[in-house]
Design a protein around this ligand. Structure first.
Ligand code: SF4
Length: 363
């Protein structure tokens, strides 16, 4: 969401004139809490940062754009409050902004007053959530990403045909909880290569797999290779369940990594695809950190670095990338440019319930 609504923030450290340090000539020096934290007040942390590369594509995917717009338009249509089950997308900034506009985030549909308006998050839910919402006579708008819905449909189909579905994903992640809830008696979760090696299944030809949409492409390939070896009859999805946005962001970072010596990933701690981007950097031997925004940057990370790579998870608004770039500009870095790996042009329609309500005469 490139909304320009975030006020410009002052950098957390004070910029002072260029100086000399025992690391050689530097373009700027930084005094402040991060420097003092490590070596005491007299320490000068010298930065040699010459350029910042911005991986592209990065940030909001079509599913997140759709989910955020759904809440915004539901607020316009129904007025506040609009209730949202769980974080609409895994980003604190997005959640706070929507709260300011009148959204109320709840953990459970049972927390919504009878007759209220409820938006379901992009991660998808189990059928029991729809049933609970209907029992409370809620006006429910399902903002589940269509690519998650596709995985649900696949699991439902396999289960109806008697398959055992191996779901590759992370226990407890909302998407996994929702997907498993579609056919709990038919789905077994595999999280790691060790799980894949140890998995015991009944002797049957009816075994298939699906995956969470936001996994590491490389790690999932390793897990699937083991499953194929152990279960040659394994039925596979026609197309990878890892979504285009996850795949593209990981690819962009992978291609950018040879040109940077530090990777900063903008995203929240509970954002699966943001964490996977950090892992891509670390797997390639590049120091990589997850930051919520510019206040998460530790100047110690920059010591001796020339080229910083920046990307953002699929739930992180572009305004945060702008704030991080401003932070670097404030310290004299002028060479900030995109690193484009590929173009994306995916757009999803808003949920049908919302479109119908908008076009009804009473709306
Ligand atoms: S990360 Fe992928 S699956 Fe998740 S909301 Fe975005 S497009 Fe949909």
């Amino acid at each position: 969401m490139s909304n320009g609504r975030d006020p410009p923030q002052r950098p957390p450290e004070r910029r002072v004139p260029p100086t000399f340090s025992n690391r050689g000539a530097c373009r700027f020096r930084i005094e402040g809490s991060a420097a003092r934290r490590r070596d005491g007040p007299a320490t000068i942390v010298c930065g040699l940062v010459k350029r910042v590369l911005l991986a592209s594509p990065r940030g909001f995917c079509a599913g997140v754009e759709r989910a955020v717009e759904t809440v915004e338009q539901a607020l316009d249509l129904y007025g506040a409050p609009v209730y949202v089950r769980k974080q609409i997308v895994h980003n604190l900034h997005v959640v706070r902004e929507l709260e300011e506009r009148g959204a109320i985030f709840v953990e459970n549909e049972q927390d919504v007053p009878v007759g209220g308006t409820l938006v379901l998050s992009a991660h998808g839910v189990a059928p029991s959530v729809h049933a609970g919402a209907a029992a409370r006579r809620l006006t429910t708008i399902d903002a589940t990403c269509p690519l998650v819905t596709k995985v649900h449909a696949q699991v439902i189909r396999y289960a109806a045909e008697g398959f055992t579905v191996i779901l590759v994903g992370h226990a407890g992640h909302e998407e996994v909880v929702g997907t498993m809830g579609e056919a709990p008696d038919h789905v077994v979760l595999v999280q790691t290569v060790e799980d894949a090696e140890e998995l015991e299944l009944p002797d049957t030809d009816l075994i298939a797999y699906s995956t969470q949409t936001t996994l590491s492409v490389d790690e999932t390939a390793d897990i699937v290779a083991i499953l194929r070896r152990r279960f040659p009859q394994l039925r596979e999805p026609a197309k990878s369940d890892i979504c285009y946005a996850t795949t593209n962001r990981q690819r962009a970072v992978r291609e950018m990594l040879p040109q940077v010596d530090l990777l900063l990933v903008i995203g929240s701690r509970n954002s699966s695809n943001s964490n996977r981007l950090v892992e891509v950097g670390r797997a390639a031997g590049v120091e990589s950190h997850l930051i919520d925004d510019e206040t998460g940057i530790d100047v110690d990370w920059l010591v001796g670095r020339e080229s910083i790579g920046i990307t953002s998870g699929a739930s992180a608004p572009e305004s945060l990338v702008g704030r991080v770039c401003d932070w670097f500009r404030a310290y004299g870095v002028t060479d900030i440019r995109p690193f484009a790996a590929l173009l994306e042009d995916v757009v999803f329609k808003l949920p049908i319930e919302l479109r119908r309500a908008q076009s009804s005469p009473a709306a």
